[in-house]
Design a protein around this ligand. Structure first.
Ligand code: PLP
Length: 345
């Protein structure tokens, strides 16, 4: 079976598991100045993350979902209004910020263009109208086919936001994929946002964990929110050690995943009824099969019968994610199955 549901399926490498055995550990929830704990491996990971993103401070959290939730709650009060992309993961999939009991936030949305770039006019209009407390962007943009928001667009959003005194949070679950696609250093993207998070547990292949980065005061507040959400961990060095390995050794290989996504997309580009959504620039390909069926779940079942595991997203689309362990041959075999389904379910 070729399983292209998500890059969260990556398993840790043997070196990551060895790094756990060798890691010095301590109680990360026994905190000292700046809210930092006693696990030296966690502290090393957080320092490294802050350095590469060009931010003052960083904090390890158990999941990407908690990273977004804690980062936003650290900056604005429950009940605030968040300006989000209309297809943003933290609104559509996570939802907890908008939960009537937990975050109690109200969403206001902006659109993105066919290349996944946020609509500046929408953002300017929303800010001018007032009442926006924080702006969220997603880079790379999952449901927009893995699009990478450019430095120029982020800079323009940040400029508008700063003129209105509104902070910007970047969901960078796949930040390293975005930077690679754009050919820039991650710090160049991060300089245009106040806070950001990225996942260690997706294409980077670490088993668990995400990181939130920002200025010292904000990260201290993220630590408080992490604790409140149940995310303060004790010997979290067992999570941090593979994370350090990932940041040192698995970033460059993301290029293979991008190339496999590209090869898959090229092999289905001529199909009449299968439409690729947006540009394929990272490790994600999203297709629209509404010319074939109005039941994407049935499409996925037919694919599974042929050996390909995929899932619908956004009701009418289907997502293919390429990651470590998926070969070029897998990508081309997946394309052959998509070609068969295009010819008739
Ligand atoms: C996966 C993902 C998250 C959440 O990460 P988890 O670790 O699964 O909670 C957040 N944002 C985006 C865009 C994602 O793809």
């Amino acid at each position: 079976m070729i399983d292209l549901r998500s890059d969260t399926l990556t398993k840790p490498t043997p070196e990551m598991l060895e790094a756990i055995l060798a890691a010095p550990l301590g109680d990360d929830d026994r905190t000292h100045e700046l809210g930092r704990g006693e696990d030296p491996t966690v502290n090393e990971l957080e320092d490294h993350a802050a350095r590469i993103t060009g931010k003052q401070a960083a904090v390890l959290v158990p999941s990407g979902c908690m990273a977004n939730t804690a980062a936003v709650l650290a900056q604005v009060k429950p009940g605030s209004t968040l300006l989000v992309d209309e297809q943003q993961h933290l609104m559509i999939s996570e939802k907890y910020l908008f939960d009537p009991v937990l975050g109690r936030m109200s969403p206001q949305t902006y659109r993105h263009d066919e290349h996944g770039q946020p609509n500046l006019g929408d953002i300017a209009a929303a800010l001018d109208a007032g009442g926006i407390d924080l702006i969220c962007v997603e880079n790379s943009h999952n449901y927009a086919g893995g699009a990478a928001i450019t430095c120029e667009r982020l800079a323009a959003i940040h400029e508008l936001a700063q003129a209105h005194g509104v902070p910007v949070h970047m969901d960078g679950a796949r930040l390293f994929n975005a930077a690679l696609a754009l050919g820039v250093d991650v710090s160049e993207l991060c300089q245009h946002v106040d806070t950001l998070m990225f996942c260690l547990s997706k294409g980077l292949s670490a088993p668990v964990g995400s990181i939130v980065c920002g200025d010292q005061d904000t990260i201290l507040e993220v630590r408080r929110m992490r604790k409140a959400l149940g995310g303060a961990m004790r010997q979290a060095g067992v999570i941090a050690a593979p994370g350090i390995y990932a940041l040192r050794h698995t970033v460059e290989r993301l290029a293979e995943d991008h190339a496999n996504a590209r090869a898959f997309a090229d092999a289905i580009a001529d199909l009449e009824r299968t439409h690729i959504v947006g540009d394929v620039v990272t490790n994600i390909v999203v297709i629209d099969v509404s010319d074939i069926t109005d039941d994407p779940l049935a499409y996925c079942e037919r694919a599974a019968e042929r050996g390909l595991i995929i899932r619908p997203v956004m009701k009418r689309y289907i997502r293919f994610v390429f990651y470590r362990g998926i070969t070029r041959e897998d990508a081309l075999n997946a394309a052959a199955i998509v070609r068969e389904l295009d010819a008739g379910l």
